[in-house]
Write a protein that binds this ligand. Sequence first.
Ligand code: NAP
Length: 343
Amino acid sequence: MKYIRQQQALRNGLFDIKHSNLLSEATRISGFPDMTSAKTQNALFVTELGKPVTAGTREIPTPGEDEVLIKVTATQLLPHDTYGRDKGLLFADHLPYVLGSNIAGTVQSSNHAYGLGTHIYGPGNPLSPVPNYSGLQEYALLTLSNSAPVPEGISDDGAATLPINAVTTFAALFHPNHLALPPPWSPEAASFDYSKETLVVIGAGSNCGRLALQFAKSVGIETVVGIASLSNARELEELGASHVIDRYLSQVELVRQVRGILGAGGVLKVLDCVSWTHELAVALVPEDEKSLVATLHRATAVADILEREGKTKAVVEFVMGAVNNWGKEDSAAFWEVVGEGCG
Ligand SMILES: NC(=O)c1ccc[n+]([C@@H]2O[C@H](COP(=O)([O-])OP(=O)(O)OC[C@H]3O[C@@H](n4cnc5c(N)ncnc54)[C@H](OP(=O)(O)O)[C@@H]3O)[C@@H](O)[C@H]2O)c1
């Protein structure tokens, strides 16, 4: 089963996320003059927090080693772009800044393996002090090791919906710093029985949650409990959830139902895609066994919660997905997995 389907399937929900919504959010860059020989380019800047972006110009960045210059064809604004524009998340100290860290475009530089004009996609880098790796401008940089050709049958718009959420969610499940499942290309994967693993996804209905369900299903994890709106239950089950629990239940009831499925001591891997505090994840895991919790929002004050709840064997780690924590070979294997999933 391909866990990420191509565009035709997007509309019936088999792709990772709410595509119509996301594709409408993917900002197409068009109508600008061809500036390949120019030194400056048009860009949209956050100049003041909480205010609309403004048009301006900036230098076209020069690619360094392991970098590719692309002419941007599509970029997608993600929740962190909103938090950045409104509150300064990630780049408050670097204004004026350019939004858009899911990027697709055509290759303009030639010192690497991609041919000129190849359509590639990848995550930008909103942590960079200069916005060279941002999409709301005509030209941007991607890194060679953290980008890939746009898969056949997928448009640049479609590809631009994937990078940050895919990199982050995949790392949450498979990186040794997080839930530490063997990555599907690793030697351990061949003999690892994924079907015996269980996973709880808090916010399974989010874009990241949907990707997590698909990645989990693709390796054969059979018991995946999603906490989400029940209105999406059928779709989430198709994507990989074995059970969907109503996210609007009280925390006590959520814990009771999840434990009813996995057993009181059985909640050992939790991915929390949506919470800003992590009481629910901590309440789910057992006291007397090591458990792993990966969070997509920084886990503030989590040590206090763990101490207070007596869950000192739980390891709660924030996943920073904007940067790729895999080595070059693993990174290439990751992009292959994502590309195959789009087929
Ligand atoms: N750390 C990183 O590097 C990184 C990377 C990517 C994303 N993120 C963050 O992860 C979060 C999710 O991103 P996304 O793009 O996947 O967001 P999204 O799709 O916009 O998530 C919104 C959905 O999450 C679900 N949700 C919201 N609150 C919930 C709750 N309390 N319990 C259960 N489900 C809830 C709702 O789905 P239903 O009601 O339909 O179930 C809602 O429609 C964002 O805040 C984003 O900034 C972080």
